[in-house]
Design a protein around this ligand. Structure first.
Ligand SMILES: NC(=O)c1ccc[n+]([C@@H]2O[C@H](COP(=O)([O-])OP(=O)(O)OC[C@H]3O[C@@H](n4cnc5c(N)ncnc54)[C@H](OP(=O)(O)O)[C@@H]3O)[C@@H](O)[C@H]2O)c1
Length: 307
C-alpha cells in the first residue's frame, strides 16, 4: 500500500502545490498510520491532529450536570481519540464556559489546543472580551486567538499581537464562514503576517480551492475548516441513502467520514472542525483521520454523491 508520505506528495502535486509548498511534502505526515493523522502548523515544529472539535450551538447548554453529561462524553471521546484542537468563541452563548468546565472536569487543559475568537469593536471592548474568555475557559493563555468574521480586523489584530508578545496567545488568525468573504480574508492575509485562517469548505462550497487554499499552502499559513457538514444539512441529504461500496476504498464507514475525508484530502487543509453534541458522532468523525484519503477521482465521486 502506498505510504502516507507518498500520498501527500502525490496529492500536493495534483493540486499544483508541491513546488510552492515544500513543507507539505516534507513533513505533513510524521506519525504511524495507527495514530490519528497529524499535520504541521507551517513555520513551526508543532503538529495538530487533523480532526478538531467545533462548539457553535452544540456546546451552548446550561452549566448543570444533566446538560453537561453528554458533552463530557463528547470531550472524553475527542481527547482519548487523539484530538486536541477545540474551536470556540465568546459569541457562542455558553460554549466557552462549557468547554472550560469540561476541560477542568476531565483534567485535559494541557492536552488541548484551545482556539477562541474576539468579536468586538474597539481595543477596550476587545480586551475585556478576551479577559472574560480566559476566565470562562479557566486558562491563562490561548493556543490560538482569531478575529471573528473580520470584525474590526485592524484594531483587533493589533490587540492580538500585543497579547502574543505577552505570552497570552501562541498563534493568531482570522475567520469567516461565507464564500463571499474569501476575497476579504485573502486581502487581510496579504497585508498581515498571520499563523492561521479559518473558513468554510465542503463538497457543497468549493470556492476555497480556487485561491484561498493554494495561497495558504504557498505562504505557509495553517487552515482551519468550518461548516464541514453545512451545519448538518449535507448529512440530511443522504440520510436515506446506503453508503456506496466504493467508500471502502478510502476506509470510510459513514457519510460523515466521506465528507471529512474529502476536505482532508486537500493538502493545504490543516484541521477540520466538525461540531457535535453526541459522543457516537465524535467517534465517527475521528475515524476520518485514519486510513486512506481519496484521490482526485474519488473526491469528485464523493462530491457527486451529495449533489
Ligand atoms: N465564523 C466562524 O468563525 C465560524 C462559523 C461557522 C462555524 N465555525 C466553527 O466550525 C464549527 C463547525 O461548523 P458548524 O457548527 O456550522 O457545523 P457542522 O460541523 O458543519 O455540522 C454540525 C452538525 O452536524 C451534525 N453531525 C456532526 N457529526 C455528525 C456525524 N458523524 N453524523 C451525523 N451528524 C453529525 C451535528 O449533529 P448533532 O448536533 O446532533 O451532534 C450538528 O448538528 C463550529 O462549531 C465552529 O466552531 C466558525
Amino acid at each position: 500500500m502506498p505510504s502516507r508520505r507518498h500520498f501527500i506528495q502525490r496529492s500536493a502535486a495534483l493540486f499544483g502545490l508541491a513546488a510552492a509548498a515544500p513543507w507539505l511534502a516534507r513533513d505533513a505526515f510524521a506519525l504511524t498510520p495507527e495514530q490519528l493523522l497529524q499535520r504541521r502548523i507551517p513555520n513551526s515544529d508543532e503538529f495538530l491532529p487533523v480532526i478538531g472539535l467545533g462548539t457553535s450551538r452544540t456546546f451552548d447548554v446550561r452549566l448543570d450536570d444533566a446538560s453537561l453529561e453528554p458533552l463530557d462524553e463528547v470531550m472524553r471521546t475527542f481527547i482519548n481519540g487523539g484530538g486536541t484542537l477545540i474551536d470556540t468563541a465568546p459569541s457562542y452563548g455558553n460554549a466557552e464556559a462549557v468547554s472550560g468546565e469540561l476541560l477542568k472536569r476531565t483534567s485535559t487543559r494541557d492536552k488541548a489546543f484551545l482556539a477562541s475568537k474576539v468579536s468586538a469593536s474597539g481595543r477596550e471592548r476587545g480586551l475585556a472580551q478576551v479577559e472574560a474568555s480566559l476566565r470562562a475557559l479557566h486558562t491563562e493563555r490561548f493556543d490560538l486567538l482569531q478575529v471573528h468574521n473580520l470584525q474590526d480586523t485592524r484594531t483587533q489584530l493589533g490587540l492580538l499581537r500585543e497579547l502574543k508578545e505577552q505570552g497570552k496567545v501562541r498563534y493568531i488568525g482570522i475567520t469567516h464562514y461565507r464564500e463571499a468573504a474569501h476575497d476579504d480574508l485573502l486581502e487581510v492575509l496579504a497585508k498581515e503576517s498571520l499563523d492561521f485562517v479559518q473558513f468554510n469548505y465542503s463538497v457543497a462550497e468549493r470556492n476555497a480551492e480556487k485561491r484561498l487554499l493554494p495561497y495558504c499552502a504557498d505562504r505557509g499559513i495553517a487552515t482551519l475548516i468550518n461548516r464541514p457538514f453545512q451545519r448538518g444539512q449535507l448529512l440530511h441529504r443522504v440520510e436515506d441513502k446506503p453508503l456506496p461500496d466504493w467508500a471502502i476504498e478510502v476506509d470510510a464507514t459513514s457519510w460523515a467520514q466521506l465528507l471529512l475525508k474529502f476536505i482532508l484530502a486537500h493538502p493545504a487543509v490543516t484541521v477540520v472542525l466538525p461540531a457535535t453534541s453526541k459522543a457516537r458522532y465524535m467517534a465517527d468523525n475521528l475515524k476520518a483521520g485514519h486510513g486512506r484519503l481519496p484521490d482526485a477521482a474519488l473526491r469528485e465521486r464523493i462530491a457527486r454523491a451529495f449533489s
